[in-house]
Design a protein around this ligand. Structure first.
Ligand SMILES: [Cu+2]
Length: 132
């Protein structure tokens, strides 16, 4: 019998909370702004606070996804690459997130040219700089 050990850097399924305020006092944020998952894994966004959603803005496969405000949402990511999403009501307040699938950051240039509004502009740039 062999033991399979997954890479510690890449998680399986992940849950992200949609928050009005996090533990550090940041307002209108996702609890994890960058999540790295293996291809075929699911990200679940839970409405810990109401009034938020998930809208995917840019992705390696032109994924169209927009969840209902205040509701739980789940997406299973099959295609490797970076996915960029925002909260529709708070996109100007920096409520954005990235999902990196399969450790593939080859579409970083595409994501850096995607639309970002208000506080999200600087934030998106800084988040992309964190990715190798
Ligand atoms: Cu929001």
């Amino acid at each position: 019998m062999s033991l399979l050990i997954a890479s510690p850097a890449i998680a399986g399924d992940v849950t992200v909370e949609m928050l009005n305020k996090d533990a550090d006092g940041n307002r209108m944020v996702y609890s994890q702004e960058i999540v790295e998952i293996a291809a075929g894994s699911t990200v679940k966004w839970v409405p810990t606070d109401k009034g938020h959603n998930v809208e995917i803005i840019a992705s390696p496969n032109d994924m169209k996804f927009k969840s209902k405000n205040g509701k739980e949402a789940s997406v299973t990511f099959e295609t490797p690459g970076i996915y960029y999403y925002w909260c529709t009501p708070h996109k100007g307040m920096g409520m954005i997130g990235l999902v990196v699938v399969g450790g593939d950051t080859s579409n970083k240039a595409q994501i850096s040219k995607a639309k970002a509004i208000g506080k999200s502009k600087k934030k998106l740039k800084a988040m992309l700089e964190q990715l190798s």
